[in-house]
Design a protein around this ligand. Structure first.
Ligand SMILES: Cc1cc2nc3c(=O)[nH]c(=O)nc-3n(C[C@H](O)[C@H](O)[C@H](O)COP(=O)(O)O)c2cc1C
Length: 175
C-alpha cells in the first residue's frame, strides 16, 4: 500500500460486544498483511470475554485500549489514518449517532468522524434490532457524516462475516 520509505499507515480497529468479535483476529491478520499498523480500541463490554484480548494484543504489538488515559499520560496510539468498527453493535452505533461518548470507543468515533478520517463499519445487528426506528435514524445520520457501511450481518444463516470488507471500505480505490 505504501512506498518503502513511508511510515506504515495506522488503523484503529474498534471492537464491540457482539458474539462474532471472537473472530476479530482475522481482521487484524488481514490488516497487517495489507501493511497497516493496528491499534485496537474495544468497548468495556467487549473486553469481558468476547474475544481473546491477549492474542489480539500480541497480533497488533500494542496493548488494547478500552478506557481513557489519565490526564498527563501520553497518548498511547498515533492519530489514525483510517478507522474500522467491526463488529459494530446496535448499542454503539446508536450512541455514536447520538453523540453519547460514554466509552473510549464511542468518544473516539465521534472525534475522528469530525476530522474526515475514513471510517468503515461492519454492523452485526439482528433483524429485530435493525427494525428499531432509532437504529434506522442512526444509519442515516452516520451516513450523512460520511461513515461507510458494509453489508448488514445478522449472525445467522451461515453467512461469512466479511472482515476484509472493513478494510476495503477505508482503503483508497477500494470503496
Ligand atoms: C453472547 C452475546 C452476543 C451478543 N451479540 C450481539 C450482536 O451480535 N449485536 C449486538 O448489537 N449486540 C449483541 N449483544 C449485546 C451487546 O453485548 C450489548 O448490547 C452491549 O451493551 C453492547 O455494548 P457495546 O456496544 O459497548 O460493545 C450480545 C450479547 C451477548 C451476551
Amino acid at each position: 500500500m505504501t512506498g518503502q520509505d513511508e511510515i506504515p499507515p495506522f488503523l484503529y480497529v474498534v471492537v464491540c460486544a457482539a458474539g462474532i468479535a471472537a473472530d476479530v483476529g482475522k481482521l487484524i491478520t488481514a490488516a497487517r498483511e495489507r501493511e497497516w499498523q493496528v491499534g485496537v480500541i474495544a468497548t468495556p463490554t467487549a473486553m469481558n470475554g468476547f474475544f481473546d484480548t491477549a492474542a489480539v494484543a500480541a497480533a497488533t504489538g500494542r496493548p488494547i485500549r478500552s478506557a481513557w488515559r489519565r490526564p498527563g499520560d501520553p497518548r498511547p496510539f498515533p492519530d489514525p489514518d483510517a478507522v474500522v468498527v467491526a463488529p459494530a453493535t446496535f448499542n454503539t452505533i446508536n450512541k455514536w449517532a447520538a453523540g453519547i461518548a460514554d466509552t473510549l470507543a464511542v468518544g473516539t468515533l465521534c472525534e475522528v468522524a469530525a476530522r474526515g478520517v475514513p471510517i468503515g463499519v461492519l454492523p452485526c445487528v439482528s433483524d429485530d434490532l435493525a427494525g428499531h426506528p432509532a437504529y434506522q435514524d442512526s444509519l442515516i445520520r452516520l451516513r450523512g457524516m460520511g461513515v461507510r457501511f458494509g453489508q448488514p450481518y445478522q449472525g445467522a444463516g451461515g453467512d461469512e462475516f466479511g472482515w476484509e470488507r472493513a478494510l476495503d471500505l477505508v482503503e483508497p480505490g477500494r470503496y
